[in-house]
Design a protein around this ligand. Structure first.
Ligand SMILES: Cc1ncc(COP(=O)(O)O)c(C=O)c1O
Length: 368
């Protein structure tokens, strides 16, 4: 039909940009046989904590482990309830189940699809120990309301910042608003490795040391184990990629914001299409640019026929998933509706202005 080809995400473009420096670092690592932990991992922990403006960072194997380790460090376990948004990647809630606690699903705010803290407050019980807020699609959740809720009920706040490297509120980077924050460096993320990787960051040194202990077999010396831990260390090859990529993150996030601004200029006011909002004071890093429409499947097909790739994150809210069928759930109308209506347009720093204009033009044409 057309020769246009704009993938939803084109990792080869970032791989091309990073390849020379990554290859040089990887050669060095292979020469030194240094594959787990070591200087690259230490450099990343220092650099990423510095970038966030946080006291510390523990590099781990992936973002799911980061959540599990953070929850364990916070003491969550059987009998505890943890409030989570119903519209997020499965790992946010699965991590709660994996530590033996119970995820309690709250609805999301229609303007952002981030946690609705009014709904969350209604779900607090005497068993509630904490809240996991997710900075979904790179847009910060309402950190002020989160703090108020947690203070009123003596709960901890864990930031699932997997999608939000560099996002900020009032100029302060996300990752500094809860007791701990967790990160995924999965290859598609704004700060992505060439494989699985993740981190836990924060400002409480004791909690971070606890995470470090739990991520390394609970080891306090060679073959001496203070607690039962797991193996969730970051490998050096991934840390090397992240050390190459971190210096590019700010400019890449600026580029994403410019693309998002262009999409908004083109698509605001299109009848039948709804755009998500970035709350005042918040700085999004547009991990995704998500639009909502009742005609989602038709729009996706229409764009595919024109060579434009899109993605659905996520087709179904978590409270509807078989994995959580045994949980009691209240009505969650916004999260339920978001699944069938949401569509993510191409969004990556290497997307050209011409490509973004083609995408926006095709979306407009669909609704005209
Ligand atoms: C919001 C959120 N939390 C957690 C994770 C889990 O991270 P990982 O895939 O690195 O385990 C992801 C990954 O996509 C995510 O998007």
């Amino acid at each position: 039909m057309t020769t246009t080809s704009i993938p939803a995400l084109d990792l080869s473009r970032i791989v091309g940009r990073l390849r020379p420096e990554v290859e040089a670092r990887w050669q060095k690592l292979m020469g030194a046989n240094a594959f787990v932990g070591g200087a690259e991992v230490e450099e990343l922990e220092r650099a990423f904590a510095g970038y966030l403006g946080s006291n510390g960072c523990v590099a781990v194997a992936n973002g799911t482990d980061a959540l599990v380790l953070a929850l364990r460090a916070l003491g969550a376990g059987p009998g505890d309830e943890v409030i989570v948004p119903a519209f997020t990647f499965v790992a946010t809630a699965a991590a709660v189940s994996l530590v033996g606690a119970t995820p309690v699903f709250a609805d999301v705010d229609p303007a952002t699809l981030n946690l609705d803290f009014g709904c969350a407050e209604d779900l607090v019980t005497t068993d509630t120990v904490g809240v996991i807020g997710v900075h979904l699609y790179g847009c910060p959740f309402d950190v002020e309301r989160a703090a108020g809720l947690c203070e009123r009920h003596s709960l901890w706040l864990l930031e699932d910042a997997a999608q939000a490297q560099g996002a900020a509120v009032g100029g302060r980077r996300v990752g500094n608003f809860g007791q701990l924050a967790t990160w995924s460096f999965y290859p598609t993320k704004n700060l992505g490795a060439f494989g699985d990787a993740g981190a836990v960051s924060g400002n409480d040194d004791q909690l971070l040391e606890r995470v470090r202990l739990l991520a390394n077999h609970g080891a306090v010396g060679r073959y001496r184990h203070a607690v039962v831990g797991s193996n969730s260390r970051m490998d050096a090859l991934q840390a090397a990629v992240l050390n190459c990529r971190l210096p590019l993150l700010e400019a890449d996030n600026d580029r994403r914001r410019a693309i998002a601004a262009g999409y908004r200029r083109s698509l605001a006011g299109v009848a039948g299409l709804r755009l998500l909002e970035v709350p005042p004071g918040a700085t999004s890093v547009f991990h995704q640019y998500t639009v909502l429409t009742e005609r989602r499947d038709q729009l996706q097909t229409f764009l595919a026929e024109r060579g434009i790739g899109t993605a659905v994150h996520y087709p179904e809210a978590l409270h509807l998933q078989p994995a959580f069928a045994d949980l009691e759930v209240t009505e969650l109308p916004v999260a339920t509706a978001a699944g069938p209506m949401s569509l993510c347009l191409p969004m990556y720093a290497e997307l050209t202005d011409a490509e973004a204009a083609t995408v926006a033009g095709a979306v407009r044409e669909f609704f005209s």
